[in-house]
Design a binder for this molecule. Structure first.
Ligand code: 87F
Length: 581
């Protein structure tokens, strides 16, 4: 597996020596500077849980995932609940993560020549219905404004669930000649989809934030190229920023955006509950929308009326929820350094006699790291004990903690603790009148943050990879599914077959659940997920290669004699299946 983790931490530039490393180191190997590595013992952690009472997480991620998740997003200060179901307040701690994603993606699309614009929140019924055909599947989720004050509006207006019907009428005015192409627009906004499935903060909410890109090209192959360029940016958001591994691929006919030609996707996976998550999608719309919205331009040579090739692509605040689900542990959030609002927290271990020295040592470390552009905070609150602060910043997922006590000040050291592995070791602190020492210290902290970023990605990749089963018959397929795995299968790529798999998988997992309840342990039934199995994507050959499948070309398009695992018809593609959010 190619651990394509970017090793540069956002916000830190240490000049020519900026750290560039590859992964592959274990946690133990990373701390080789002669320091003592110590893990919190389980006795210690139990005491801590007892001490925590209300503030800490009171259940285990692997025992009660949904309660664990709800507690983490609230207790780590990501989310505040709201009195409208499916709507959530993004507190600064989560909004700062979104801002990191925005900053990265916005800069990357601008390099591709995409321009930002902003379109209205509302859409008239007439416009919304232009898209009648593809709207059918979504109509129930559209929210409408029908009143102003106490009087009924003459015509109800819809709140955008996506902006094709708002943006394309404007595009039809702006695209007149081949010289107006390509037109590449993006909007950062909120959208509303009135879902009735159980809401989950970040993952499924009725209002969410996203970017939606809408582009138009004269040349079909350029448009196709862009679909993949954007998909690659989505992969980087997940893998490089959020340290979450994803699989790129094409959606099946049943799962693609009905308005377009084909849909590409990045699919993430939550090992703790065996559910896949569609991370972001990049669609080729072909000329369907141009036809519907009357988007035509005059060609170069003949002056003939031509339709452009269009794409659309979107990525939402769901990203945050996926990272929480993948990296979090029984103590709470674990944040990848590249998106962590705070990367380092400094905590003074104060005894009355030596407090002034300790505080100035903390301040010196803090300003040294700030100068190196790290996101660092000195937690100097006097009303909280060091232990309380440890718990709080662990719960909130800060990647690194530096502790400074009176004995450290004497010895010129500090204790450092990693959130991802819970390792602790001692480091030398710089003499702040010697700038070389300060630079070396900041460099060392930076390197540790890079190792954390790499470790999170590699740990998540190993856990995800262990949950992908290659299967070619129905029995082993269902076995993989009830064991909360994804299944990679040779597949006929037919709509009817996917539909039958959905229905059969519901029946078979119910039956399996009942058998478990009667034959073995009744409590074990909770371990079997219910719900239909669907295709997540048909992975690109390059992705199958990344997964370590050597005969990748054959995997993307299986040999003609291969049979579909479900209907035994000729297999045309390899498909990745799973339960999904
Ligand atoms: C819900 C209600 C109404 C998804 C909806 O993926 C319409 C829709 O069109 C709808 N839910 N969609 C598909 C969105 C397609 C596309 N739009 C631009 C994207 C990326 C950004």
């Amino acid at each position: 597996m190619d651990a394509a983790v970017s090793t540069e931490l956002d916000g830190l530039s240490l000049g020519a020596n900026a750290t560039r490393e590859r992964g592959g180191q274990t946690a133990e190997q990373t701390e080789t500077q002669g320091q003592v590595v110590k893990r919190a013992s389980s006795g210690e952690s139990k005491k801590r849980v007892e001490r925590e009472t209300k503030e800490g997480i009171d259940c285990r991620k692997l025992e009660n995932f949904s309660s664990w998740y709800q507690q983490v997003v609230i207790k780590a200060d990501l989310i505040e609940l709201y009195d409208i179901s499916g709507c959530y307040i993004f507190r600064p701690w989560s909004f700062a993560i979104w801002e990191k994603i925005v900053e990265f993606f916005d800069a990357e699309i601008k390099k591709l020549g995409v321009q930002n614009a902003y379109f209205p929140l509302f859409v008239s019924e007439r416009r919304l219905r232009t898209e009648q055909e593809h709207l059918e599947g979504f109509a129930a989720e559209v929210a409408w404004v029908t009143k102003s004050g106490s009087s009924e509006l003459d015509e109800p207006i819809a709140i955008r669930p996506t902006s094709e019907t708002i943006i394309y009428p404007a595009m039809s005015k702006w695209i007149r000649s081949h010289r107006d192409l390509p037109l590449k627009l993006n909007q950062w906004s909120n959208v509303v989809r009135w879902e009735f499935k159980h809401p989950t903060p970040f993952i499924r909410s009725r209002e969410f934030l996203w970017q939606e890109g809408h582009t138009a090209y004269a040349d079909r192959s350029e448009a196709d190229h862009e679909v993949l360029q954007i998909l690659e940016l989505y992969r980087r958001v997940y893998e490089e920023l959020l340290a979450v591994p994803v699989i790129k691929g094409t959606k099946s006919d049943r799962e693609r955006f009905a308005g377009g030609l084909y849909t590409t996707t990045v699919e993430a996976f939550v090992p703790a509950n065996g559910r896949a998550v569609q991370g972001a999608t990049s669609h080729s719309l072909g000329q369907n929308f141009a036809r519907m919205f009357g988007i035509y331009y005059e060609g170069k040579d003949s002056g003939e009326k031509l339709m452009p090739w269009q794409n659309s692509w979107g990525c939402t605040t769901r990203t945050i929820g996926v990272a929480v689900m993948v990296h979090g542990d029984d103590r709470g959030l674990v944040l990848p350094p590249r998106v962590a609002p705070l990367q380092v927290v400094i905590i003074p271990i104060i005894t009355k006699s030596a407090s002034a020295d300790v505080i100035s040592a903390c301040e010196a470390i803090c300003s040294c790291l700030q100068r190196a552009n790290l996101r660092v905070k000195f937690d100097d609150r006097s009303e909280k004990t060091p232990g309380w602060k440890f718990n709080e910043w662990e719960l909130r997922g800060v990647p690194l903690r530096i502790e400074v006590g009176p004995r450290d000040v004497q010895a010129g050291t500090a204790t450092i603790a990693r959130r991802d592995t819970m390792e602790k070791w001692s480091i030398r602190v710089p003499n702040h009148s010697i700038s070389e020492e300060e630079d070396a210290f900041a460099q060392e902290i930076h390197q540790t943050l890079v190792r954390i970023q790499t470790n999170l990605f590699e740990r998540a990749s190993a856990e995800r990879n262990a949950r992908i089963r290659c299967v070619s018959d129905w029995g082993t397929f269902m076995q993989a599914i009830v064991q909360r795995c994804m299944a990679l299968t040779p597949w006929c790529n037919l709509n009817e077959c996917e539909e039958r798999v959905r229905q059969q998988s519901v029946q078979d997992s119910l039956a399996y659940r009942e058998r478990l309840a009667t034959e073995t342990d009744p409590s074990a039934t909770d371990a079997v997920l219910s719900g239909a199995v669907k295709t997540l994507c048909m992975p690109f050959a390059s992705e199958l290669e990344r997964l370590g499948l050597t005969n990748a070309a054959e995997w993307e398009a299986p040999a003609p004699e291969k049979q579909c695992f479900a209907c035994n018809g000729p297999a045309r593609r390899w498909a990745l299946w799973g339960r999904s959010y």
